[in-house]
Design a protein around this ligand. Structure first.
Ligand SMILES: [Fe+2]
Ligand SMILES: [Fe+2]
Length: 147
């Protein structure tokens, strides 16, 4: 689960331009995961109504793994605020799932579009607070994640 310290300042492997500088945390695995979060959310944003549920399902599947990975790291590090952090993950996925079902069952594309906008704002705040603290703790303890 955890490896000896390594440099955490490598460049992001894929599409760094998708992740604004203020959301880059300098940990390559996390930055790559966050780049994909943004890319898949952009795809959902650009999807026509008929493809919106499918695009959100792809984003949800990726985000489940993204969040689960962070939670495994925090658990392994016994990081103090991990339950609060994981609570934010759970809440975001819960709301996204509810809206996804509203689109699928009641064609509430308006809710889907609103969700995407709110997820972008939520993500920026979450990365700058929760994820940033998590990476800071990894740096302080000299431990880097293994995927
Ligand atoms: Fe994250
Ligand atoms: Fe997180």
């Amino acid at each position: 689960m955890l490896a000896p310290p390594r440099l955490m300042s490598s460049p992001v492997a894929s599409s760094p331009s998708l992740l604004p500088p203020e959301l880059q945390l300098g940990e390559p695995v996390t930055d790559a995961m966050h780049t994909e979060f943004v890319r898949l959310l952009d795809l959902a944003h650009d999807a026509p109504d008929a493809a919106l549920v499918g695009a959100l399902d792809v984003w949800i599947a990726h985000t489940r793994e993204h969040f689960a990975q962070e939670e495994r790291w925090m658990e392994a590090l016994e990081f103090g605020p991990r339950h609060c952090h994981a609570g934010q993950h759970r809440h975001a996925l819960h709301v996204a799932g509810l809206v996804r079902d509203e689109i699928a069952q009641n064609a509430r594309f308006d809710l889907g579009r609103r969700l995407i906008g709110e997820l972008r704002e939520w993500f920026a705040f979450h990365v700058k607070t929760m994820d940033s603290m998590m990476i800071g703790h990894m740096r302080e303890t000299g431990v880097a994640p293994v995927v």
